[in-house]
Design a protein around this ligand. Structure first.
Ligand SMILES: *[C@@H]1O[C@H](CO)[C@@H](O)[C@H](O)[C@H]1NC(C)=O
Ligand SMILES: *[C@@H]1O[C@H](CO)[C@@H](O)[C@H](O)[C@H]1NC(C)=O
Ligand SMILES: *[C@@H]1O[C@H](CO)[C@@H](O)[C@H](O)[C@H]1NC(C)=O
Ligand SMILES: *[C@@H]1O[C@H](CO)[C@@H](O)[C@H](O)[C@H]1NC(C)=O
Length: 388
């Protein structure tokens, strides 16, 4: 098992968000080809992020983050007039949160939270390794920001250890920080997608799919039991995230919410069609089916966005439109305020570029950030609508 690889939304995984059963074999064949290409692009590590920052950053009081009037008090950070709480939610992974290379630290997470809290009121994490739940909750405490966090437990289908390890870390974080800033616990990310691919693909609602689902549901039930045993002052919702077309209904019946990756880039839409496509896919594939289940789980878009570059020429476009900052701006302008008005709960993908993903997967994988890897805002304009 290659642990770090299983942590990232690999190209293979994100790719397969659109998947009619009929198209499945073809898609898997393509995805495997893409996976091979990824290894080669590991050589291509020296792509540097173009920076065009606005606002005051990198001051001596808080190097690499917003200026602080009191260097010892992270809550005294200066806000940037170019940032607005336009996003319903943001997908976030603190740098250095993948085993075995934990390198995250509170100072850096505080800088991230100082910026993120200026563009949204909600974030989601993907996993709990490397103490990231506690780090994020501590950063929220020290910055005195109002962020709500969906914690994550990244479950591996073939191994019981990652679930238990992360469960303990989540439990400790709740014991230390309480429930005020916790909006949910997401158990499993792309679990069904990975389980199905490992077991020959096919319909996630087939008999094989239901076998995988029963493993995941055991984790969901166990997490609920842990929360019940803790006798907390509020009920924390327990959910699951997966690629948009890969939800199993029994899993959805076991959770309070589902989060679906819906990526117009990987569906090869043009940038002009991207926002409407995302809305339509999400309603048809996720919202409507979930509304027909007895428990009616709340559905969110777990990831949507647009990459700003590729580390190799082969992925510079999706066949219809380019990976570019201009196109990210178009997607922001056509999706964000409309989705807010339409009542869609979405996690914009993502806070900042992630070097480890570029190193590991190449292509566009590392280049989805609103911010560059050095926390400077990309050359984009954040809309001034305020998300609900
Ligand atoms: C996890 O992070 C919190 C907050 O920074 C810290 O208090 C705690 O000691 C950390 N635990 C470990 C095991 O690093
Ligand atoms: C959690 O899921 C893993 C992976 O499917 C499984 O091996 C393990 O038994 C589950 N643990 C619990 C407590 O449900
Ligand atoms: C918002 O809803 C309208 C009307 O249903 C739809 O045409 C549009 O595509 C939606 N946009 C987004 C981004 O949700
Ligand atoms: C998307 O475009 C890529 C690159 O041009 C192509 O290889 C792939 O077949 C297309 N996929 C779909 C789902 O249309």
């Amino acid at each position: 098992m290659s642990e770090p690889e299983s942590r990232g939304p690999s190209k293979r995984r994100k790719w397969i968000i659109v998947g009619s059963v009929a198209a499945l074999l073809a898609i898997i064949a393509i995805a495997v080809g893409v996976g091979v290409g990824v290894t080669q692009s590991n050589k291509n590590k020296n792509s540097s992020a173009a920076s065009s920052s606005s606002g005051s950053r990198g001051s001596s009081s808080n190097p690499g983050g917003p200026k602080q009037s009191d260097p010892n008090d992270p809550s005294t950070f200066e806000t940037d007039p170019n940032l607005h709480k336009a996003f319903y939610a943001i997908a976030y992974t603190p740098e250095g949160s993948q085993l075995p290379d934990c390198g995250n630290n509170l100072q850096n997470v505080i800088k991230d939270i100082q910026l993120i809290s200026q563009i949204t009121t909600r974030i989601r994490l993907y996993g709990a390794d490397c103490n990231q739940s506690a780090l994020v909750l501590e950063a929220i405490r020290q910055t005195k920001t109002n962020l709500q966090v969906f914690l994550g437990n990244y479950v591996i289908p073939s191994d019981s250890t990652p679930y238990s390890r992360q469960k303990e870390l989540i439990k400790q974080a709740i014991q230390t920080y309480g429930t005020d800033h916790i909006a949910g616990i997401t158990v499993g990310n792309e679990f069904m997608l990975n389980y199905m691919l490992d077991n020959g693909g096919g319909d996630p609602n087939s008999a094989i799919g239901n076998q995988g689902a029963s493993l995941l549901i055991a984790n969901v039930t166990d997490t609920r039991q842990m929360l019940a045993d803790m006798k907390l002052p509020k009920t924390i919702p327990v959910g699951n995230s997966d690629a948009g077309a890969w939800f199993n209904n029994k899993v959805l019946e076991a959770v309070d919410y589902g989060m679906a990756n819906v990526h117009p880039w990987f569906a090869n839409t043009t940038i002009q069609d991207a926002a409407a496509w995302t809305n339509q896919f999400f309603r048809e594939t996720n919202v409507q089916p979930a509304a027909n289940l007895p428990n009616k789980p709340k559905m969110y878009i777990a990831e949507t966005g647009w990459p700003t570059k590729s580390s190799d020429a082969a992925n510079a476009n999706n066949g219809a439109s380019a990976a570019s900052v201009e196109n990210l701006q178009i997607f922001i302008d056509t999706f964000v305020c409309q989705a807010n008005n339409n009542g869609t709960g979405y996690f914009f993908f993502e806070f900042s570029d992630e070097k480890w993903k570029d190193n590991q997967f190449g292509g566009v994988e590392g280049w989805w950030g609103l911010f560059n890897g050095d926390r400077s805002l990309k050359n984009i304009k954040i809309p001034s609508c305020i998300a609900p």
